[in-house]
Write a protein that binds this ligand. Sequence first.
Ligand SMILES: Cc1cc2nc3c(=O)[nH]c(=O)nc-3n(C[C@H](O)[C@H](O)[C@H](O)COP(=O)(O)OP(=O)(O)OC[C@H]3O[C@@H](n4cnc5c(N)ncnc54)[C@H](O)[C@@H]3O)c2cc1C
Length: 398
Amino acid sequence: MVDTDVLIIGGGTVGSVVARGLLKHTSLSVTLIEANSYSHTPHHPGFDDRVIALSKRTVEELTDLGVKASSVGSVPIHHIQVSDKGAAGLCRLNAQDYQTDSFGEVVSLRRLGDALQLHDNTARFTLHCPAKVDQTSRTQNGVSVTLDNGTMITAKLLVLADGGRSFVHQQLGFERTVDDYQQTAIVVNALTAQPHHHRAYERFTHHGPVAFLPFNPESADNTANAHGFSVVWTLPPAMAENMMSATDKAFIRELQQAFGWRQGAITQVGKRFSYPLSLQQTKQVFTHRAVVCGNAAQMLHPIAGQGFNLGLRDAVSLVSCLKAKKDPGAFSVLSAYQQQRSKDKQTTISLTDGLVRLFSNDMPGLIAVRNVGLMAMDNCAYLKQQFVRQATGFARNG
Ligand SMILES: Cc1cc2nc3c(=O)[nH]c(=O)nc-3n(C[C@H](O)[C@H](O)[C@H](O)COP(=O)(O)OP(=O)(O)OC[C@H]3O[C@@H](n4cnc5c(N)ncnc54)[C@H](O)[C@@H]3O)c2cc1C
């Protein structure tokens, strides 16, 4: 006799999506353990001040689970510009050329988190929060976890959605590789002289990429005529440290130099946050009666805005594998999940990692190659179509 069918460790974005999906699409009982209290959302590691881009597919999957991005103040992306600083390469994409209203939506992670949280215990759902999983053990037919308050819970399947700093995965025999990019992302809100008109920018610079997403978390006005952007600026750690402590004036000057003048002058910036960047991935997605999802399975560079989008596809695929299954932890179920996820993960991780390496390198030959690449892409409908499929989450591998 077990306490619950599925026990999820981690109630960040991905764990919450798994819980919502299981409750909506299966009859399994679900227990969610989250270490940090949701009532302290400003300091919650899963729902901090970041602003993230949701692909079109992610927006649709969230709507299916009862969370409409537009209800949490999202801003649609109608245009994307990709460019290489100091070179001619430029690629422009307009959503209407692809018979879609937008490529995706930009949303505040904190507001998305508020909407995703499940608070109320029901006959099929139990929340332990704040409570941290300390110990895990397994038998042939189940798993048991011990919480830091001494509670013990048994389940048929354990889902690890406990993020990139998970230590539980080691206890369960998951092996993780870590490649340090030697880069730090600075996240900051900025106002520009010209309105964003729903345009997102990715600009590759000598030191690393800088992304401008149309969104102003501090304003209720996020219409096309708003002037706010959420900026993710990637730099080598020492430069990032300097930029973190620079005055606003010095910071704006350097950011303007990196980004250029496509939006006119950068007039104001907000508080800065920094994130060290690495590629982390587990070698396998399941071990006996345990499976990994989201950042616990892979943590990506934010260059292509794919981390949550990929984690959500993990969650959706896991839910579909558990539909109508009597034993959610059975080997056949978990190996089906592994098979379903393998191509999408490989493609998304390789593309993201490839972009980082291609565009963070100043070898003259490579500069030429990527400029030709950007120009070719701008002129080639097929290449653009492939890029759009991947960016919107509808590539034929997920
Ligand atoms: C600068 C930056 C920009 C980004 N931009 C984008 C973007 O534009 N688009 C995109 O798709 N992605 C983006 N991402 C990635 C995205 O933010 C993450 O992939 C996503 O938030 C990860 O969610 P998660 O639920 O897997 O992990 P987390 O958010 O890390 O959640 C893990 C949860 O598990 C809990 N936990 C941990 N250990 C335990 C334990 N032992 N017991 C109980 N609970 C535990 C933690 O408290 C936490 O709530 C960006 C990331 C960064 C850093």
